[in-house]
Design a protein around this ligand. Structure first.
Ligand code: GA4
Length: 327
């Protein structure tokens, strides 16, 4: 079901809009497919409920994350610097972007997880790696289910065309836990001035992001007409974010949504994101059904590795897909 948020938000273009909520337990799958396609076309963002991810899997991961960020800086630094994987504090990427947060960034390859777990939770590395592997497995399944429904809703005959990329053993998917401590010198709450920015405005480069957080607000999304809308926190649900790669894979039919996180003046926020990505050598080009004389190819074909290199050479807020436009 698509339900408008309790307080309808007024946007210039549409009259009253809200964040779509999609119930994945609805039996009528073609209806769910249509709702997913609409949400990905109009906003590139939606919430899923009755998603099938066991709550113990989420709570174990959240507990491990909370324990990690409660450690001293020296202990957290044992995870290695986030270049690109490990522990990061304030610095985002390698080109000078900053935010009021600390984070742990991990590749989802089980071998990488098991190696890094030794330095993340030296008391019980297996407990940490099991929590991450179980969580990543569950949210990847959720992402694949959503991508298969999206392919069906787009009438693409190969329904696994998108999910195959993130199921691949060589998938370059990433898992991230962000910790936004309460601001030490709070400025006016919800003021998006630099000192209030937890994670600056950007789109995600990957195919699909599956996000959840504790019950503290902070995430905002940008509607297509430029209006920034706060996303109500809901620890029992997941938010789904269309990434740049899915925009390219659908020849621009789905839109990657720009989003940001504002820091909170009183409470700490913990968010967990799975970024579903293809293997590095995969080509990002739309299935033939997405291209027609009326919808000519919008982007030159590129590999995920090409796109990732472009993303890391630019600033967080840059529109990197523009580099790959055909005209
Ligand atoms: C945004 C989405 C993911 O968090 C991330 C980020 C990555 C990083 O923090 O290292 C990037 C950013 C993200 C996009 C542009 C580049 C790369 C920081 C940055 C400035 C892990 C990702 O894959 O891209």
């Amino acid at each position: 079901m698509v339900a408008a948020s309790p307080i309808p938000i007024r946007s210039k273009k549409t009259k009253a809009v809200g964040i779509p909520t999609i119930d994945l337990s609805i039996q009528n799958k073609s209806k769910v497919s249509r709702l997913i396609v609409n949400a990905c076309e109009e906003l590139g963002f939606f919430k899923v409920i009755n998603h099938g991810v066991p709550k113990e899997v989420v709570s174990s991961m959240r507990d491990e994350g909370t324990q990690f960020f409660a450690k001293t800086i020296a202990e957290k630094q044992r995870a290695g610097p986030a270049r690109p994987f490990g522990f990061g504090c304030r610095n985002i990427g390698v080109n000078g972007d900053m935010g009021e947060l600390e984070y742990l960034l991990l590749h989802t390859n089980p071998l990488d997880i098991s190696e890094r777990s030794q330095s993340i939770n030296s008391d019980d590395p297996t407990k940490f790696s099991c929590a991450v592997n179980d969580y990543v497995h569950a949210v990847r399944e959720l992402a694949c289910e959503i991508l298969d429904l999206a392919a069906e809703g787009l009438w693409v005959p190969d329904k696994f065309v998108f999910s195959r990329l993130i199921r691949d053993v060589h998938s370059d998917s990433v898992f991230r836990i962000n910790h936004y401590p309460p601001l030490v010198n709070p400025v006016k709450e919800w003021d998006p001035s630099p000192s209030n920015i937890g994670f600056g405005e950007h789109s995600d480069p990957q195919i699909l992001t599956i996000l959840t957080s504790n019950d503290v607000a902070g995430l905002q999304i940008c509607f297509q007409d430029g209006l920034w809308v706060p996303v109500p926190p809901d620890p029992t649900s997941f938010y789904v974010i269309v990434g740049d790669a899915l925009q390219a894979l659908t020849n621009g039919r789905f839109v990657s949504v720009r989003h940001r996180a504002l820091a909170n003046s009183t409470r700490q926020r913990l968010s967990m994101m799975y970024f579903g990505a293809p293997p590095l050598n995969s080509w990002i080009c739309p299935p033939p059904e997405m291209v027609s004389p009326r919808n000519p190819t919008l982007y030159k074909p590129f590999t995920w590795s090409d796109f990732k290199n472009a993303a890391y050479s630019l600033r967080l807020g840059d529109t990197r897909l523009d580099l790959f436009k055909t005209a």
